[in-house]
Design a protein around this ligand. Structure first.
Ligand code: ARG
Length: 461
């Protein structure tokens, strides 16, 4: 089979160069989008007066036959099949004869590949939106199951203030909600039709691009044919959305790795999501979580890699752009596996209230230092002063070798007369949680409101 572009060449392509040039091994994944695009194009050519209706119908039938061969795993690639676009056209022409040679009228692989790739990214966004939502549902279910279960909250990985398991679990719900926003934006960025832009200067045949856009499910038509064949912003947007999602999954993983260690023991990892050591019989390793944490690096690399490829390209299509697909495919594949794995793990996680209770008890009242300061503030002491006074109490307790909750009343009294009374109510975890009633806080009513908001978000999509 001669090459699509072979006319002006006398010599053969070097064999290694042909392999180097070829994208079929990976862009075969665009087959459905390529065939959808070609079917829409064949119909547009009727409107443009290039084909009559029966010719278009034969092309559509031929294209569906090629699709069926791919679906059945019966498609046989030929040596000259450089990419999915040439492969489909070559096979179509074998099936329908010289009519196949008319399909590419007024079209270029430049607007064709941009169209196919955008369609693929739009579909990938739709699928990933569903997977992110499934993980959000798992987090929400875990949050609701232990909404008010107290546990120590950490900043700088140091015990800070009490929170609840539900509050913590939902703290991983909202980043994913933002990730869904980014995926929707990437989808909208992709939903612009390049087809009808030709190689770069536009199509020489009067195709109705608005009708093409509608037929293929694009929101808009690209307004400039040069930009249309060059623009890969949508791919970068997609990779950014994926990288951020990966970073959020990594943060969740890192925290669960810590929480499942013997030192914390707040959760037990399900056997189905853990692995053992080939040497140490006692080990139960959080490999699943470590892999998820590690894959964030790979997703980040795909984004920076594509941006580096795009940097410095002149206008319109350049072959560098063929490098856009593998990072996008791999990012989608990575998350298509990571998201349901994480959702399954969250669903099967064993939460251990007794270990959280023990950690709270061991904290020796330090978690309530802010509450003591707030107590003074409520009685007229400026916050900065209150902060310093409680800081002195912490130092005093340390010197005496007791927890802040065991500092004798006389010591408190010596620090400030307002602290002379019974402070025990301040060292109560439920009281501390309940005091944070402002929206977004740990009080039962604030948590209920947060759960309701989370449910609203899941319901709209
Ligand atoms: N395989 C190419 C790609 O993925 C298709 C476009 C080729 N266009 C060209 N003028 N060589 O980018």
């Amino acid at each position: 089979m001669p090459k699509l572009w072979g006319g002006r060449f006398a010599g053969e392509t070097d064999e290694l160069v042909a392999r180097y040039n070829a994208s079929l091994p990976f862009d075969v994944r665009l087959v459905d989008e390529d065939i959808d695009g070609s079917i829409a194009w064949a119909r547009a050519l009727v409107g443009a007066g290039v084909l009559d209706a029966s010719e278009a119908a034969r092309l559509v039938e031929g294209l569906e036959a090629v699709r069926a061969e791919f679906d059945a795993g019966q498609f046989a690639a030929a040596p000259g099949d450089e990419d999915i676009h040439t492969a489909v056209e070559r096979r179509l022409t074998e099936l329908v004869g010289p009519l196949g040679g008319r399909l590419h009228t007024g079209r270029s692989r430049n607007d064709q590949v941009a169209t196919d790739f955008r369609l693929w990214v739009m579909r990938a966004c739709d699928a990933l939106l569903g997977e992110v939502a499934a993980l959000q549902r798992a987090l929400l279910a875990s949050a609701e199951a232990h909404l008010h279960l107290p546990m120590p909250g950490y900043t700088h990985l140091q015990q800070a203030q009490p929170v609840t398991w539900g509050h913590w679990a939902l703290s991983h719900f909202w980043p994913l909600e933002r990730d869904r926003g980014r995926l929707r934006q990437a989808r909208a960025a992709a939903s612009v039709l390049p087809l009808g832009s030709g190689a770069l200067a536009g199509s020489g045949f009067p195709v109705d691009r608005a009708a093409l856009a509608a037929a293929l499910g694009f929101d808009r038509v690209a307004p400039n044919s040069i930009d249309a064949v060059a623009d890969r912003d949508f791919a970068a947007d997609f990779l950014y959305a994926c990288a951020m999602t990966g970073i959020h999954l990594a943060r969740l993983s890192e925290q669960l790795i810590l929480f499942s260690s013997a030192e914390f023991g707040f959760v037990a990892l399900p056997d189905a999501y853990s692995t053992g050591s080939s040497l140490m019989p006692q080990k139960k390793n959080p490999d699943t979580l470590e892999l998820t944490r590690g894959k964030a690096g790979r997703l980040l690399g795909h984004l920076t890699g594509l941006l580096a490829t795009l940097k410095g390209l002149p206008s319109a299509y350049d072959k560098d752009l063929q490098e856009d697909k593998e990072p996008v495919f791999d990012a989608a594949d990575t998350l298509t596996l990571a998201l349901p794995v994480m959702a399954g793990l969250i669903g099967a996680l064993e939460v251990r209230p007794e270990r959280m209770r023990a950690a709270l008890a061991q904290a020796g009242g330090g978690l309530f230092a802010t509450d003591v300061a707030d107590y003074l503030v409520e009685r007229g002491v400026p916050f900065r002063e209150a902060h310093a006074l409680v800081g002195r109490a912490v130092r005093r307790a340390e010197a005496l070798g007791v927890g802040l909750d065991a500092l004798p009343p006389a010591e408190w009294q010596a620090i400030h007369p307002l602290l002379g009374g019974d402070l025990s109510a301040l060292f109560d975890v439920r009281a501390a949680l309940g005091r944070r009633r402002a929206e977004g806080g740990t009080a039962p009513e604030a948590l209920a409101r947060q759960v309701a908001r989370a449910k609203e978000q899941l319901a709209v999509s």
